[in-house]
Design a protein around this ligand. Sequence first.
Ligand code: MEV
Length: 430
Amino acid sequence: MNHNSRIAGFHRLTPEERLRAVRAFDGLSDDDIRQLRGGAGVLTVGRADKMIENVVGTYELPLGIATNFQVNGRDVLVPMVVEEPSIVAGASYAARLIRDGGGFAASADASLMIGQIQLTGIDDPARAIAAIAAARGEVLALANRQSSSLAALGGGALDLEFRQHDASPMGAMLVVHLIVDCRDAMGANAVNTMAEAVAPLLEQLSGGRAYLRILSNLSDRRLARVSARVPAAALARDGIAGADVVTAILWAHALAVVDPYRAATHNKGIMNGIDPVIVATGNDWRAIEAGAHAYAARGGRYTSLSHWERDAAGDLVGTLSMPLAVGVVGGATRVHPAAQAALKLLGVHHASELAEICVCAGLASNLAALRALATEGIQRGHMALHARQVALAAGAHGDEIDLVAAQLVAERLIKPTRAAEVLAELRVAV
Ligand code: MEV
């Protein structure tokens, strides 16, 4: 076993050679390797038919491995499922820069989720709050009777909070927040079951009528955070001094802080790193996206999720803190065979550990994008990979893909029509 995620030349290997390197990294079983390789029999139609409705088949995406990650001193290979070129390469590259600065330091909160119960038609909200608060123990006990497994694991409903809205399109309402520790699960099912179960009691206590009973995806009690340092010298590129790259990155960050138009793209670059890990591990990427963007707007104006600054030594320091409601048990994490293999490869046993790795991948992707934007621009690195996709779309097979792509890059003309011409010329020449 080799626990070094810095695998030199990984990108130059064939997929089978990469799988062997992955296996050597963590001693995965033959079966795990088969799941990661994908293809027939991994997610069978029969299994898929049990996951969602009206199934007619399955749909595959590339699974790549980001290298160079060192999280809290531990080397990690990060599985990423994504269709966009440059993301895996960018994350790996940024993770290497961060490795030079000592690696990622990450942490995650306890898995606290919020279930919302909306109460309407309440004449005296203060009295309703007092009545519910007085019965707090009874409400929590009722919630906890819905999930004995969560309670057995030391989690469960912990607290109640209140949010009063005096005006809305339908009038005043009181919202009760049920705070639930979901331990290693994402927790949507447990929280929704609890919210539905306690609603009649809350109606009785408040004299109001309950409408919505559902978890909130703004899981701001369940943040993951990371900080990382990149030596300025490591950022030097194409004759641009490292210190100048740091300055350019800080200007890019500054724009994302003040301008929502830029912040949306900046944060998309963060999610480029996070979503692929969420998908690879069978987690709910819509929940993560919803939580991230709501959190980015928590101050009343949508802004950057990450923060970048220069430290006293002139090096670049980045931090990212955001909601990360992920699970390592339950849902698709258990049902999708490749998700199980991905979790095994990551070596995570707790939701908090997965959240930590996700937030690291997010900061890495953000850094990769900012560094490219601050220097040669995003297109140069993108071009070679994009050219391969265009070559593929034009019908190139096997070795033809790289030959056509290389020609398109040389001509700086990444166009489907030109790809078709180059392919035709190549086939005539052979
Ligand atoms: C593209 O998928 C993501 C970027 O636009 C992010 C950014 O601009 O920071 C490159």
